[in-house]
Design a protein around this ligand. Sequence first.
Ligand SMILES: [Zn+2]
Ligand SMILES: [Zn+2]
Length: 343
Amino acid sequence: MKKIGIGLLALAALLGSASFALFYTHAGQDFLFSQGAAQMASVDIETFDGLEAMVCGSSSPLPSATRAQACIMVRAGEQMFVVDAGSGSASVLALNRVPLQHLKGVLLTHFHSDHIADLWGVNLNSWVAGRPQPLLVIGPPGVDRVVSGANIMYSQDHAYRVAHHGSDLLPPELGILRPQPIPLGLFFDYDGLAITAFPVDHSPIEPAYGYRFEYKGRSIVITGDTIVTDELAAAADGVDVLFTDALSQDLVEGIAGAADAMGMANRAQVLLDVLDYHASTESLGELDDRIELGQMILYHLVPPPLNGVTEQIFRRGLPSDAVISYDGMRVRLPADSEAIEIR
Ligand SMILES: [Zn+2]
Ligand SMILES: [Zn+2]
């Protein structure tokens, strides 16, 4: 017994000195860092036969320390799109090792700042990753104004990058955003992937689109910002996964009441104004009763729940199996199957 005790002590001392050497010597630090650096430098190139989505931003203009603003990445084979690029979304894509060289375009649902603020970050990161064509920015009429504004705003940044890294590494023409206004309806049909734009009601913001993706018998709808309408129900009926805008009336009214009580009448009024142009949790519960739906997943959370209590309040009215998403959450829909894998 005594011998075992001494042996354990010796082992602990040995491990202690080994971890001391790892943390406090340059060789040890370099070894540990090399393990992490490989992870930081790599991208997720795993191929998957089916339709895949990743939440690259689950929040809204109401701030969150752990969530970027609106962004959903959709991948079908070699084709990749991002729906909206709110503030922080470029970092979430990078942190989750999304291989942005495959990015074909950013689909904008509408032009509120919480959907476009990281457009240039997504452009820059995919340009640096080696995207072989200019990044398309696809959206309702008016998208050309957003894109020409972004290209002007970042024209000096663009010039600095080319001057610093050289035009062989960063071909200048691939770093300039290219607008593509689209009408409602089917606008993309290539290599098995079909994308349709449908109208949503985010009034007074017009036009505002939602998008439906179909690939190898699987489907995803992304609403952008909207209340629940018959058009939305028609677009989402029969779909495997619905990513939907979601607002908790109880939470928004609670925050507005607190702001008003503290004399912040402007803030209170702005909060109350947003109640009429997002999908309330109650209306999402009713939508779920009306349509056939594989899985409802909430993003663009108004407000983003900060803890267990606010999440419980947010769930009021929702279907019991609705998923409140988080940044980095992935959904996989294997081809020609009914499986819905959430990681
Ligand atoms: Zn909006
Ligand atoms: Zn929004």
